[in-house]
Write a protein that binds this ligand. Sequence first.
Ligand code: ATP
Length: 254
Amino acid sequence: MSPSAVAAEPPAEGIAVALAEVSKSFAGRVVLDRLSLTVARGEIVSLLGPSGCGKSTTLRIVAGLEPADAGRVLRPTDGLGVVFQDPTLLPWATALDNVTLPFRLSGTVDGDTEARARRALALVGLEAAAGLFPRELSGGMRMRVAIARALVTRPQLLLMDEPFAALDEIARVALDEELLRLRRRQGFSVVFVTHSVPEAVHLSDRILVMAAGPGRIVAELPGCGAAAGDGDPRVTRDFAERCAMVSAALRRSL
Ligand SMILES: Nc1ncnc2c1ncn2[C@@H]1O[C@H](COP(=O)(O)OP(=O)(O)OP(=O)(O)O)[C@@H](O)[C@H]1O
């Protein structure tokens, strides 16, 4: 961490993450300029914006993988789960062993570890695949293992960077539904980076549209996440209208 980097602090009650006036430069080029955002406990918030506007940098600062140069970063002190586009599973380890990895990395394996990993696999519908290796799983199943690994420690906050972008449309929508179901069940918050307007609208309670040069939030719009029920919201007129509003904000951000 550079000497000027800001340290993270725990957020206030009811808040999952807050960035206040966060700035970040790479080699003298300002990538984020006094960016502020707040995510409430249990909320799903998507970051949407043109390529290079700083979505991943924002997520990496929240994750603590990148230091901010200025501003305040408030995030949970008791761990968070991170899922990237590449599920980054260990190819030589079974699905079960991949899910136990966070405990092995932190040296906290105990008599309950395997049962917790099996429960996390069951949460994503993969209890029967515990003994399979990544090469024996489809792309969607590998991503489910990565989600189980991110959730196995029961984090309050999940950070996801285009996690379903490499999947086909059917697998992607199924995982969007899965994530909403898991959130209803476990109550975690999500910061979700995506390039897909329908995905952002489907999943999110709120959508933050970013613009580049330097990266900042230029619009905030409601998604369907909070209203998600059993039916498919993507076929409703309300869904189409929300998508049109987000697309218009995205066009204005260019
Ligand atoms: N470690 C780094 N060193 C130098 N420049 C970086 C670094 N990380 C990101 N950048 C630059 O910061 C800018 C924002 O990158 P970032 O990956 O956050 O954008 P993004 O909105 O997530 O893009 P995309 O949608 O294409 O994934 C880009 O110009 C990128 O080249």
